[in-house]
Design a protein around this ligand. Structure first.
Ligand SMILES: Nc1nc2c(ncn2[C@@H]2O[C@H](COP(=O)(O)OP(=O)(O)OP(=O)(O)O)[C@@H](O)[C@H]2O)c(=O)[nH]1
Ligand SMILES: [Mg+2]
Length: 275
């Protein structure tokens, strides 16, 4: 919707871990888009924090875009999910990935979503092919209240450069490593020093839960970490449009996904117990 990548996108579930804010500026509107983690069955304290964040974000939104599947097998689960959206925001259902299914099969699904309470519009889209995305923006704008712009019109995001670096690292880790390893990982960008002369210096720590995961991330003779570092560095340089020096450390923090103070430290929760 905002026309550029703002966070990690991978084929693996639970790629989005925090609410990511993008800003979409039109000639007569501004949409502040907040992408949230998905709603799933929680298995860890981290999962619970992610769900809580998604629900808090939805509860404060004027319009909630529920991104749902284009196949019948998922419809009951998706309808239940729409029914569980907190707050009073208007719901627009975006039936995504329509490039993967025959058009004829979509009509009964669209009718079912349209008949779900609170759903005001159903928009079939293919985010991958940018098909229907403008119509989705149009549907969202229709239900936004009138309000002065919240951000300057040339701003696309309010996330920090450190956040983007962490997301690039997370995306590469999701793509390069298997099983539990990407999920046991948290990134902390400890230093980001811009330099007038020479490359910017960035130091990031990749936290894992166990020594065995640390060994997997590093690989034989450091080969896996080297591959990760070189891919992440290229992506960071493309984003910043300048050369950087990226230093990576891999450290162990046992069971960080279960510890409230670690979740606060990594920015997944403020630790307050409001709804
Ligand atoms: N074919 C097809 N693939 C898509 C489309 N939209 C997204 N994808 C792919 O679906 C996968 C998941 O995309 P994400 O954006 O990470 O999905 P998400 O719902 O945010 O998932 P989480 O962040 O993991 O909760 C990625 O591999 C995308 O490239 C689409 O319209 N068509
Ligand atoms: Mg996501």
């Amino acid at each position: 919707m905002v026309g550029q990548a703002l966070a990690a996108v991978t084929p693996k579930p639970q790629t989005t871990r925090m609410t990511v804010r993008g800003i979409l500026n039109g000639t007569d509107y501004q949409v502040v888009v907040e992408d949230t983690p998905g709603l799933m069955s929680p298995r860890s304290t981290l999962d619970k924090a992610m769900i809580r964040l998604a629900r808090l974000t939805a509860a404060s939104a004027d319009v909630v875009v529920a991104v749902v599947h284009p196949w019948a097998a998922a419809i009951e689960e998706d309808v239940t999910l729409i029914r569980s959206i907190p707050g009073g925001g208007t719901v627009v259902a975006a039936v995504n990935k329509i490039d993967l299914v025959p058009k004829a099969g979509l009509l009964p699904l669209i009718a079912r979503y349209a008949g779900t309470p609170r759903v005001r519009e159903v928009v079939p889209v293919s985010a991958a092919q940018r098909d229907g995305v403008d119509r989705l923006v149009g549907a969202v704008v229709r239900y936004l209240p009138e309000c002065p712009p919240l951000y300057p019109p040339d701003q696309v995001s309010d996330q920090s450069e450190r956040f983007f670096v962490a997301e690039i690292l997370r995306e590469q880790i999701m793509l390069l490593y298997h099983d539990e390893v990407p999920y046991a990982t948290a990134i902390a960008v400890d230093e980001f020093a811009e330099r007038e002369q020479g490359k910017d210096f960035i130091r990031a720590v990749i936290w894992v839960e166990r020594e065995s995961q640390r060994m997997i991330l590093i690989g034989k003779g450091g080969s896996s970490l080297k591959r990760l570092g070189s891919r992440a560095r290229s992506a960071v340089e493309r984003m910043l449009d300048r050369p950087v020096y990226l230093e990576l450390w891999v450290k162990v923090r046992p069971k960080w996904r279960e510890h409230q103070e670690d979740l606060i430290h990594f920015g997944f929760t403020s630790g307050s117990s409001s709804p």
